[in-house]
Design a protein around this ligand. Structure first.
Ligand code: SF4
Length: 447
């Protein structure tokens, strides 16, 4: 197998990791032109300062000794297998970097031989890049569950970011669908990485030139919809991961059916909308000050597919609304559906010089489609009078047209149709799964 054949197989095998997204197209530049698009395995990620960077995203091998039910690379699947050598990955990375195809490397692997053997190979790649090739580009490396602490330590000294995948949202589901992986083999390296980052910060305060340790922090990923946990359980776990392990990011990956397996749900489509609602909730927890328990509870353990989580939270808390735009605090503005960080900042800044009305909000490009039901300007609603929860939900239902038209360059044009993704059959949100039909009162959560 030549290098390009390996690259084709191992870049394709890496696409289910959602930490960076695929470029999505392949295009050779015509003769005499400059550049081509999306060679195999080149994906995009975002750096801490918001820049979009391209990464070579590959598996070291798709030859796995484990047999996770949901995974295309599991040992029981009959499929093409390939493995890079350490030197091949180093060569590919340097060649692509020199040609300006990439700015970094995203390297993961199936488990070859043992967790330690796999991790040793991954670490060797990065050490060669750093110490022999003097490569200073961004490197995101997978931490292999069950790898020894010494190897995780070595990885932390050379990689920018480490991620150990949580995979599934409960120990019960892990035992069912990924029986070779154990809860502790996932949590221990996470704990070690967190401690290493904290320790490095302390050392750096004393010795500014102390070697860095995972400077871009750690992330994890869990599959949504392959097992029967509800959104509340997933959100609680996510909150605990941020809190206990100082995660930079918890990624959710909608379950994509690739295997026939009685333990897995029968679904026609990956639950993308559910993944989206969880990302919205994750965003609310990280940047808007919401707690998981405010967004969902035991009575309502799942997000409504029709509405974003702030709308549901707001209609369940009529005592908190309306908010007067001229007096509400910044934190209160952030909790108004439709008002984001940028709009809240603009409002707080603008009202220092004048009392605002709706025309001012329009000029500031504040979106009123949802906000109009929850705010007043100078004591008055914009287009509605004392909106009640049921009326708000009806007005904001995906198929319904808001009486309010968004600010547009072409006001006479009909409003754009609703995105088709928002109109869905609710039964597709929670497909029936083998474990979803079980009694989950005995679920063993991770924490
Ligand atoms: S460890 Fe599990 S999820 Fe990872 S490659 Fe192997 S079978 Fe797939």
């Amino acid at each position: 197998m030549n290098l390009m054949e390996k690259l084709t197989i191992l870049a394709d095998a890496a696409k289910y990791d959602v930490s960076c997204s695929s470029s999505g197209s392949t295009r050779q530049g015509p003769k005499g032109s400059l550049g081509s698009a999306a060679r195999a395995g080149i994906c995009h990620s975002f750096s801490a300062d918001g820049r979009c960077i391209s990464l070579l995203k590959i598996l070291m091998t798709n030859n796995c000794i484990y047999d996770c039910a949901y995974c295309l690379n599991r040992r029981s699947n009959d499929k093409s297998r390939a493995a890079f050598t350490v030197d091949e990955i180093v060569q590919l990375t340097m060649d692509f970097y020199r040609r300006n195809y990439i700015e970094g490397l995203f390297l993961s692997s199936a488990i070859i031989g043992s967790p330690d053997y796999t991790m040793e190979l991954l670490v060797q790649v990065v050490e060669k890049l750093r110490y022999e090739q003097n490569f200073h580009g961004y490197i995101h490396l997978k931490g292999i569950p069950g790898a020894s602490p010494l190897l995780i330590q070595r990885a932390g000294l050379v990689a920018d970011r480490l991620s150990v995948n949580m995979e599934l949202p409960s120990e019960q589901s892990l035992n069912l669908l990924a029986p070779d992986k154990k809860k502790q083999s996932i949590l221990l390296p996470m704990q070690q990485i967190r401690q290493g980052i904290v320790q490095h910060k302390q050392e750096q305060a004393l010795f500014p030139k102390a070697p860095s340790f995972v400077p871009a922090g750690q992330t994890t990923q869990m599959i949504v919809g392959a097992s029967g946990e509800n959104d509340l359980q997933i959100l609680r776990l996510s909150a605990a991961l941020y809190q206990k392990f100082s995660m930079k990011r918890v990624y959710f990956s909608a379950y994509v059916p690739v295997n026939e397996d009685a333990r897995l749900p029968q679904i026609a489509q990956p639950p993308m909308l559910r993944e989206n609602r969880l990302y919205q909730a994750d965003w609310l927890m990280r940047f808007y000050g919401f707690e998981a328990s405010e967004l969902l509870d035991e009575t309502n353990p799942n997000f409504d597919p029709d509405y974003d989580p702030t709308v549901i939270w707001a209609v369940r808390h009529p005592e908190q609304f309306p908010k007067e735009i001229n007096t509400a605090s910044y934190q209160q503005l952030l909790r108004v559906p439709g008002i984001g960080v940028r709009s809240a900042r603009r409002i707080v800044s603008a009202r220092k010089t004048a009392r605002l009305d709706f025309e001012d909000l329009l000029r500031m490009h504040v979106s009123l489609k949802r906000a109009q039901y929850f705010i007043t300007c100078k004591g008055k609603y914009y287009n509605v009078q004392n909106p009640q929860p049921q009326m708000i939900l009806q007005a904001l239902k995906p198929q319904a047209r808001s009486p309010y038209q968004q600010l547009t360059l072409f006001p006479d044009q009909p409003a754009a149709p609703q995105s088709p993704v928002e109109v869905l059959d609710k039964t597709t949100y929670f497909p029936k799964t083998a474990s979803a039909t079980a009694n989950h009162s005995d679920l063993l959560p991770f924490f």
